[in-house]
Design a protein around this ligand. Structure first.
Ligand code: ZN
Length: 349
């Protein structure tokens, strides 16, 4: 009973947040953060394909001033983003395959697809069972009768285990299969060996297109998002980066951020190296008891770890700021990420 009530109120909270942003300043007042990879920016285009390594210019501004962003990546693959949530879709000969069903963005996804083809959506892939990336499925299914809904066995198992209220897949990619077909396209599934982001996560390679879809690990053109994009800890996070880098692709669809390239992988590795070094230094210099204001007034020992790890986060953030402080969202992500790395290094010695 209480669990049901808690789940219901949590859901109401998320629904009321709407995962949207307040009204933006005028577009000309927005100063975009510098590129983390020295990117070549080009004007958004739904017709001109991007060259590998190129990125869409003024992406933050576009997210707060446009209904959606639509960029052609290759012959048949398009990059979509609305309110900081992104994905891709593939235009076949008879229908469209949409990767994920972004929460609260179904109408915009349909509008973007209609802007480039008259074909209907005939398949949806769930990349992983995180509602913010797939909770738009009911609307897409209702608007496209008979649509295939595809997910891995791991995602179906997780939805069953947690009693998901989202529409279930109509087709399951068996645990021993390495992908699925959509018309002439083969989508290769690379299941992650680490559950650092989600217990059912995988990377999806659109063979022959040069595109990989893998939300919530690398946010291209940005430092890692707060809490490494919702990770429960730092353990295994670098393994995800390594596994993505081992796949064959030229364009990365990361679910958030710009279109990614190998330069983004290199930036993440360097950032994580520097973050680990900064946290290591903090562990050597921030004394136990730091962050505890008045030890004599305590009636709980728990002040010590929470206070200390917050100080570790601040120390490492200060250390990284001269090199990384101007990058996208640094001040909002670095302290928490440093805390996670701190707990990781503290726990595993
Ligand atoms: Zn996720």
């Amino acid at each position: 009973m209480s669990r049901i009530l808690t789940m219901t109120s949590a859901f109401a909270l998320v629904a009321s947040l709407g995962l949207a942003l307040a009204a933006p300043a005028a577009a000309q007042d927005i100063s975009e953060a510098p590129s983390t990879v020295g990117a070549t920016y080009v004007a958004e285009s739904a017709t001109e394909a991007l060259a590998p390594g190129e990125k869409i210019e003024k992406l933050f501004t576009k997210n707060v001033t446009q209904d959606y962003v639509l960029q052609r990546l290759t012959d048949r693959v398009y990059f979509f983003q609305r309110q900081f949530y992104g994905t891709i879709f593939y235009v076949g000969d008879e229908g469209v395959l949409v990767f994920d069903a972004l929460e609260g963005r179904s109408a915009a996804v349909e509008a973007a697809i209609d802007a480039v083809t008259d074909l209907p959506i005939t398949a949806i892939l769930y990349s992983h069972d995180h509602a913010d990336h797939i909770a738009g499925a009911a609307e897409l299914i209702e608007a496209n009768p008979g649509v295939r809904v595809i997910a891995t066995q791991a995602t179906v198992d997780l939805m069953d285990r947690l009693g998901s209220k989202l529409p279930r897949p109509t087709e399951v990619i068996a645990a021993d299969a390495d992908g699925f077909a959509f018309e002439d396209l083969t989508v290769r599934v690379a299941a992650f060996g680490s559950d650092a982001h989600a217990h059912d996560h995988a990377a999806y390679v659109l063979e022959g297109t040069g595109v990989v879809h893998v939300p919530d690990v690398i946010n291209p053109d940005q430092p890692p998002f707060w809490s490494f994009a919702g990770a429960e800890g730092y353990l295994g996070y670098r393994d995800l980066i390594d596994q993505i880098d081992a796949l064959e692709w030229d364009y990365l669809s990361g679910g958030h951020g710009n279109v990614g390239s190998r330069d983004d992988v290199a930036f993440y590795r360097q950032y994580l190296d520097d973050l680990e070094a900064a946290v290591g230094e903090a562990l050597g210099n921030v004394p136990w008891g730091a962050g505890v204001e008045d030890p004599a007034s305590l009636n709980a020992h728990t002040a010590y770890l929470s206070g200390w790890i917050a100080e570790i986060g601040k120390y490492a953030t200060d250390k990284l700021r001269p090199e990384y402080g101007e990058y996208y969202g640094f001040e909002y992500s670095a302290p928490k990420n440093a805390e996670l790395v701190g707990m990781y290094l503290f726990s595993y010695r």
